[in-house]
Design a protein around this ligand. Structure first.
Ligand code: USQ
Length: 410
C-alpha cells in the first residue's frame, strides 16, 4: 500500500534528538504526521566524553519540543529510552503508540569514533546491532505491522568495487558458475565496510533480510551518503530549534568540516591523496527522502526495499578547491588516519528517489555560503584543538602521522 501526502501517519523516530533525527521529526510533524521521539541522549553524552560540542548551540530536547509546539501548535511526544538495552520499555512504547512507521536512527554513526579504541569498537557493535535487533524483535513480539525505515549508509558497498559501473540500489544480479551448471540469482551487493561503524550497518542488512523473509516485517533501508548542511526550513524557524553542527575529528563530516575550517582560518584538512570520491546529500534532502520512504512502504513478504539516498558525488580535492576558491582557505594534505583506497571512482544509481519525485538540492555556492555563515556566526564556540584527527584505523598510522610533516598548498 502506498500513501499520499494527505495521509497522516503515526511515526516513531528512534534517535530523534540527533543530527538527522531532529530535523526529520520536525519535517514530519510539519507535514501533519503524529510524531513520537525515543532517544537516550547518547550523542550528547559522547560530546561530554570527547570534550567536544556542536558548533551551533543546541537546546535541550524538552525545550526544542515546547518551542515547536508554541510555534506551530503541533505536539511531539518523547520517551527517554535506550532501544539497545531497554527492550521491555521499548516494546511497551510501540504497543501503546502503535506506529505506522518507525524511523531508526538510534545507532552510533561516526566511523572515526568507532575506530578509536577497543571500547568504542565494542560499544558501536553492541549498540547498533542490539538496537536494530531489538526493534525487529519487538515488531514481531507485539504483532504491530509498522514499516521500519532504517538509516543505512553508502559505506556498506565500500569504494571502488564496481569501478565506473553505477552502484545499484542494494541488490546485484549474479551468475553462479558451477562445474556443470550456471544459474542466475539476485543477492545483496557484497558488503565491503571500511570501519567498524560501517561494518555494523552491513550486519543490520542481514537482520533485515531475515526478519522480512521469516516474519514479513516491512523494511526500507536507506543507504545514505555523507550529509552536509545543518538547517532545514523547520529548524531555521527559531534559534532554539537549531540543528547540530559537528566539526571535530570524530563526528564532523568532511564538507561541513571544510566549511567550518574555512570560517575560522584553519587550513582544510584533506586526508591522504584527496582523490577519494564520495556521495553527498544535503540535510534538507535527507528529511524529504525519509518522508518519501515512509509514504512508499514495501508490501508484507517483500524483501527489504533499498534506496541509495544520495544526490551527487565529488572528489574530496575538488570540494576542498571549491571551498578554498570561495573563502581563500589554504589546503593541507594530512597523512590519512584511515585505511581506505587512495583513489576511487563512484557512480551511484539513485533513480528510486528521483522516480518518487525528489527534487535534489545539489552543491551550490549559495548553500555553501549559508553554511559558512552559520559557522562564522558561532565561531566563539569553536574549539580548534578538536579539529585534527585523533582516531587512527591502525596503530602505526598514529606514529606515521606524528612523523610526517603536513604539506600546505596555497
Ligand atoms: N576526510 C578528509 N578530511 C576530513 C574528514 C574526512 O579528507 O577532515 C575524508 C575521509 O578520509 C573519507 C571522506 O572524507 O575519505 C569521508 O569522511 P567523513 O568523515 O565525511 O564520512 P564517513 O566517515 O564516511 O561517515 C559519514 C557519516 C556516516 C555515514 C557516512 C556515509 O558519519 O554516518 O554513514 O558518512 S558514507 O561515507 O557514504 O558511507
Amino acid at each position: 500500500m502506498t500513501y499520499t501526502v494527505d495521509d497522516t501517519l503515526k511515526v516513531l523516530i528512534l534517535g530523534g534528538d540527533g543530527f538527522c533525527g531532529w530535523p526529520t521529526a520536525l519535517h514530519l510533524s510539519a507535514a501533519g504526521h503524529t510524531v513520537a521521539i525515543a532517544d537516550n541522549f547518547s550523542r550528547r553524552k559522547i560530546d561530554e566524553e570527547l570534550g567536544t560540542n556542536s558548533l551551533t548551540p543546541i537546546a535541550p530536547l524538552k525545550t526544542r519540543i515546547s518551542v515547536w509546539e508554541n510555534l506551530t501548535g503541533k505536539s511531539i511526544l518523547f520517551d527517554q529510552i535506550d532501544v539497545a538495552r531497554d527492550y521491555e520499555r521499548f516494546l511497551e512504547l510501540i504497543v501503546n503508540f502503535r506506529p505506522d512507521a518507525i524511523v531508526h536512527f538510534a545507532e552510533q554513526r561516526a566511523a572515526p569514533y568507532s575506530m578509536k579504541s577497543a571500547a568504542t569498537k565494542r560499544y558501536t557493535v553492541n549498540n547498533n546491532t542490539n538496537a536494530t535487533h531489538n526493534v525487529l524483535c519487538a515488531l514481531v513480539d507485539s504483532g504491530i505491522d509498522a514499516h521500519l525505515v532504517h538509516l543505512g549508509t553508502m559505506g556498506v558497498y565500500g569504494y571502488g568495487w564496481s569501478g565506473s559501473m553505477p552502484v545499484p540500489e542494494g541488490y546485484v544480479q549474479v551468475k553462479l558458475i558451477g562445474k556443470d551448471t550456471e544459474m542466475e540469482r539476485e543477492i545483496l551487493h557484497p558488503a565491503n565496510p571500511g570501519s567498524v561503524y560501517h561494518m555494523s550497518k552491513t550486519m543490520d542488512q542481514l537482520m533485515f533480510g531475515f526478519y522480512a523473509k521469516n516474519d514479513g516485517v516491512r523494511v526500507t533501508d536507506l543507504h545514505q551518503g555523507i550529509v552536509w548542511g545543518t538547517q532545514t526550513s523547520e529548524t531555521g524557524l527559531d534559534e532554539r530549534l537549531i540543528n547540530r553542527f559537528d566539526y571535530d575529528g570524530d563526528y564532523g563530516t568532511v564538507l561541513n568540516r571544510f566549511l567550518m575550517q574555512a570560517a575560522i582560518g584553519h587550513p582544510l584538512t584533506i586526508y591522504g591523496s584527496g582523490r577519494q570520491t564520495r556521495a553527498f546529500i544535503h540535510i534538507r534532502d535527507t528529511v524529504r527522502c525519509i518522508e518519501l520512504a515512509i509514504l512508499n512502504p514495501p508490501e508484507q513478504g517483500d524483501k527489504p526495499s533499498i534506496f541509495n539516498q544520495v544526490t551527487e558525488t565529488h572528489r574530496l580535492m575538488d570540494l576542498a578547491a571549491l571551498v578554498s576558491e570561495l573563502t581563500d582557505a589554504k589546503i593541507d594534505y594530512l597523512p590519512n588516519p584511515r585505511v581506505e583506497a587512495a583513489e576511487n571512482e563512484l557512480v551511484v544509481d539513485n533513480s528510486k528517489f528521483l522516480e518518487l519525485g525528489l527534487n535534489t538540492t545539489t552543491l551550490s555556492e549559495g548553500l555553501l555560503t549559508e553554511i559558512h555563515d552559520i559557522a562564522k556566526k558561532y565561531l566563539d564556540r569553536a574549539d580548534i584543538s578538536t579539529i585534527l584527527p585523533t582516531s587512527f584505523w591502525r596503530r602505526q598510522s598514529l606514529t606515521r602521522a606524528k612523523k610526517t610533516k603536513v604539506r600546505v598548498i596555497d
